[in-house]
Write a protein that binds this ligand. Sequence first.
Ligand SMILES: *[C@@H]1O[C@H](CO)[C@@H](O)[C@H](O)[C@H]1NC(C)=O
Ligand SMILES: [Zn+2]
Length: 605
Amino acid sequence: MCYRVTELQWNFATNLTEPNKKRMVDAQGLQTKLERVSWQKAITFSWSLLGDPQAVRQFRLIAAKGRPALPEHRLAELQKIIQEMKDIYNKAKVCPYLPSMSPYCDLSLEPDLTRTMAHSRSFEEQLHAWRSWRDAVGPKVKEKFFRYVDLANEAAKLMGYRDAGEQERALYGVVDLESQVSEVWTSAAPLYRQLHAFVRSRLRKHYAPHRISPTAPIPAHLLGNMWAQNWKNILDLVLPFPGKRRADVTPEMLRQGYTPHRMVQTADEFFTSLGLKPMPVEFWLKSLIERPPDRPVACKASAWDFCNRRDYRIKQCIEVTMEDLLTLHHEMTHIEYYLQYADQPHLFRDGANPAFHEAISDAIGLSVITPRHMHRIGLLNNITDDYETDINFLMEMALDRIAYLPFAYIVDQWRWKVFAEGGLRNSVNSAWWELRVWHQGLIPPVARSENDFDPGAKYHIIADQPYIRYFIGLVLQFQIHEALCRVAGHIGTLHTCDIYRSREAGRLLSEIMSAGNSRPWPEILRMATRGATDKLDARPLLEYFKPLSLWLRVANRDEMIGWVTTDQDTGMTNFLNIIKIVISNNIKYFLPFLNLRENKTYSNV
Ligand SMILES: *[C@@H]1O[C@H](CO)[C@@H](O)[C@H](O)[C@H]1NC(C)=O
Ligand SMILES: [Zn+2]
C-alpha cells in the first residue's frame, strides 16, 4: 500500500494533471481505510502482553497514529474542512499596493507577496502586503478552524488523549517534552534578544526613527518575511561589515561547467567519503533533477522513499547555484537516512522522532556550507577566514535560525492552548499576539482585534501540520553537528567544522540513522553524544554562535535589550492586555506584568 500510494503521489507531483491527481486521491482513500482496519485489529488484541518489545513498539505505533478512531463520516468532515481551509489559503488573492501597478486584484502569496516582503524596503508597501494577506485569509478560515479544533479534539479523545495537543506531543514519547522545549528556549532567548536589539537599531536607521521605538517591540512587517519567522532577506540592512560577504561559489561552479547531474555526483561523493552508502541504481535512473520542458511539475525539492527497499528518488529542479548545491545535500541526506534504516521493519523506517530527519539533513548542511568544505571540493581557491567575514557569515546564519527559534516555539504553544481550551473562541487572536509580543518581541503594525484571525494566515496552522518539530530540529541539528565534529576530531570553533572524509563521523551517523524509529530517541541521542545527554540542549547551538554573541554584546552597548510595550505603540489595548517586559542591559531578567489590571505576574519566560 505504501509503495502504491507513493508511486501515485510521485506521478502527480512530477506531472500535475487532473487524472494523476484523481488516481493519487483514490489510493490515499484506500490507505486510510487500511489504516482504520489495522487500528481496529490492533486495539482488540492484547499486544502489550507480548514478550517481544520490538513487536510491542510496532503495535503501539499502529494504535497511536492518525485519527482512525473517528467514525468515518466525522473523519470525512474533518478532512473536508482542512481541504477547504487549504483551498482558501492557496487561492487567496490581494490587490496591488498602488492601483497604478495593476488594475487587477490578483496577487498571490507565492510569488508576489513573498517577494514584496523580501525585497521591498518601503514601510507602507510591506504593510500593505502584510495586512491584505491577513485580511484575505484570516476571517475566512476562522469559523472552519474552530470546527476543525472540535473534530481533532474528538478524534484525540477517542484515541485516549486529553486533547489533540496531547496527541501531537505523544509522538515524541517523553513525558517532559514541554519542559525540555521551554528550557531550551529560555537558554537561547538571551541570544535572540541581542539579535533583536541589533536588528531594531539597524531598522531604525533605515526607516524613519519615529516609526520604530528603541525600547518597543519591532513592527512585525519589517523583517523580510510574511510571518517574521526568517530574517535572512534583510541581511543587506543589518550586515555587520559591509563588503565582507563570504564568497558565493556559484560563478566558480559555472566556470567549471557544473551540471545538475554533476552536482548530484558531488553530493553522492560526500556520503561515500564518510564510508556511507552511495545512491542506488534506481535513484540515478528515476530521480527528477531538472525542470522538464514538457509538463508542469511541483518543483519544491523533496526526497522520496518508495517503501520497497529499492526505489529512492529526489525531486528538485536544480539550477547550477551554490544554494541549490546545499539544498541537494539536504535532500540526499534524507535518502541516506532511508538507505540506512532500510532493513528495519516498515513501521520503524522513519526518523527517531518527527524532528530527526530534518535535524540530520541540516546538520550535514552545517558542514557543507563551510568555506573549508567548498575549498576541499575545489570550489574555493583560498579560504579567507578573517574575523569580519566570519561575523557576517554567522549573522546570516542567525537571521536564518536564531530569528526562527521563537516563531518555531510559539506556533504550537498557541495551538496546544487552543486545543486544550476547546477553541479559545473569545481570545484566540489576542492569545496569538501575546505570544508574538512576549517571545518574538514583535507588535502588529496596525491595530488587531478578535475580528482578525492572524494565526490562520500561516499555512501549517490551517493545514493541520504540527510545528514543534521545527523548533526541536533547529536545536537537535547543532547537537548532532557537535557530536559528529567531536568524533571527527575537529579542532577549533564549531562553525568552521566540516566532517567530510571522516570515517569516524560516518560510523556515528550510520549508527544514528540505521536505528530509524526502532528505539526511543533519547537513547539514540545519548548514544550519539557518547553518553553526554539524552535531552534537548541549547548549548551546542549557543557554542556555534558564540563569536557572534560576543560581537553583538559590544555592538549593542547603547541599546536596550528587550522591549517594553505601551498603549501608544501597540494600538491594540482594546483587546490585548498590556504586556510589559523590561530586560536590563546587562543582567538578564524580566519584570513582566501580564494582565496588569488583574495584577497577575508571570516570571517563567
Ligand atoms: C502525464 O500524465 C498523463 C496522464 O494524465 C499521461 O498521459 C502522460 O503520459 C504523463 N506524462 C509523462 C511525461 O509521464
Ligand atoms: Zn528536509
